[in-house]
Design a protein around this ligand. Structure first.
Ligand SMILES: Cc1ncc(COP(=O)(O)O)c(C=O)c1O
Length: 408
């Protein structure tokens, strides 16, 4: 067998072994969504791993906007936006995003992943440097690699290392610093004031991925700047539109000139079709709902505090962060898979997260809570996670052996 065939074969065998042990929780076909619950295999499970932090999936105003757009514009567009695929709806969505973000303009891509890849590779090239936090999202890493720029990764949240790397670069070199606002697998918040200082000292451009801070941080969910009481300190604000905003797509908000540049130079904008109109309309309506229903932001923030406290009281070591992402670290893969199974048996759905989504030996459950959960449901998730933790992590003698489980 050739090396490619061998690679596929080995991987498929590992997946088969996990399935044989009844520990495979990826790609679960959700049949229905009802508030904070999902139906899988005819069974209703409480979702403890949603990205929809504000619980806006199914919101009547957003549903209505998507239906209207479907009736008015249809399911697709006439191709790429630069040519015949643009609509007034796409323009209005970008205006809505820039108004929300407090920037001059914005551009929308058909996914958050594409936005990161497209923008980073359009901004920097072989003569520049791009500096990343070690735990930045994969789409940022891929954008950096594609760009061909000198790619520097600094240890997680290490601003001293960031300053060292920036000052070691030639003054005339183009420098782009990219960080996540909230780190998607750990739930911690970047120290924005210190990163901003570091960038200013070296005249570096700053891009922040707000996919997990939008709707979550700040008194009205306006994101990382408002969390720190800052304004206009980020050059490029990026976010996915598939988390707090219950749609699809990704955007960059920034200066008018930056957005003009990206709309003509970034390849995923120039060479890929526009976001489907129903998705654009849903995203636009969701920004309105977010502003009109600020209680959702308060709710998710309060649920996050409650759940963290409950897990800590149950003996699980969790960090104190102001976000609804709570990693429960098992270390090895097998306990993470078994924790998912134990939770599933308790009626809660939280798939395991293993390498390469997280560094090897830091496998985990990424437990999340949303504004759609009731107080009782938050308590149920807490009790289930504590119960699963005790079963899997504190009573290893009753653990089932899983000989064929995949290794990171
Ligand atoms: C931090 C971060 N950036 C970007 C993305 C990509 O967003 P999308 O799912 O819209 O492609 C994700 C998605 O998980 C993410 O967590």
């Amino acid at each position: 067998m050739d090396p490619i065939g061998r690679r596929i074969d080995e991987f498929a065998n590992r997946v088969r072994a996990v399935k044989a042990d009844d520990l495979y929780f990826y790609l679960q076909p959700v049949e229905a969504i009802d508030g904070a619950s999902v139906t899988i295999g005819g069974r209703s499970l409480l979702l403890g791993s949603s990205y929809s932090y504000l619980g806006l999936i199914g919101h009547p105003v957003i549903q209505h906007a998507a239906r209207d757009a479907l009736n008015h514009y249809g399911t697709g567009t006439h191709g790429v936006r630069l040519l015949a695929g643009n609509t007034d709806l796409h323009d209005r969505l970008e205006q809505r995003i820039s108004a929300f973000s407090g920037t001059e303009a914005a551009v929308v891509y058909s996914s958050g992943y594409l936005a990161n890849v497209a923008v980073i590779s359009a901004l920097v090239g072989r003569t520049d440097a791009v500096i990343c936090d070690k735990l930045n999202h994969a789409s940022i890493v891929d954008g950096c690699l594609l760009s061909g720029a000198k790619f520097i990764r600094v240890p997680h949240s290490d601003t001293a290392a960031l300053i060292r790397e920036l000052t070691a670069l030639p003054a005339a070199m183009g420098k782009l610093v990219v960080v996540d606002g909230v780190f998607s697998m750990d739930g911690d918040v970047i120290n924005l004031p210190r990163v901003v200082d570091a960038c200013r000292q070296s005249q570096a451009t700053l891009m922040v991925d707000e996919s997990h801070s939008l709707g979550v941080l700040g008194p009205e969910g306006r994101g990382i700047e408002s969390h720190f009481g800052l304004q206009d300190v980020i050059d490029l604000k990026m976010s996915s539109l598939s988390k707090s905003i219950p749609s699809a797509g990704g955007y960059i908000a920034g200066s008018e000139d930056l957005i003009t540049y990206l709309k003509h130079v970034s390849r995923a904008f120039v060479f890929s079709a526009a976001l489907p109109p129903p998705s654009a309309a849903a995203a636009m309506a969701a920004f309105d709902v977010m502003e009109r229903e600020p209680d959702r932001v308060r709710r998710v923030q309060s649920h996050a505090r409650t759940l963290r406290a409950r897990l800590r009281d149950g003996g699980i070591p969790v960090r104190e962060d102001p976000t609804p992402i709570i990693p429960v670290i098992t270390g090895d893969d097998v306990p993470a898979l078994r924790m998912s199974r134990a939770l599933y048996d308790r009626g809660v759905f939280v798939p395991p997260i293993v390498s390469p989504a997280v560094p090897p030996k830091t496998s985990r459950l990424r437990v999340t809570v949303t504004a759609a959960h009731s107080d009782d449901e938050v308590a149920q998730i807490g009790d289930a996670v504590v119960g699963a933790w005790r079963e899997v992590m504190l009573e290893p003698t009753v653990a089932r052996a899983v000989p064929g489980a995949p290794r990171a």
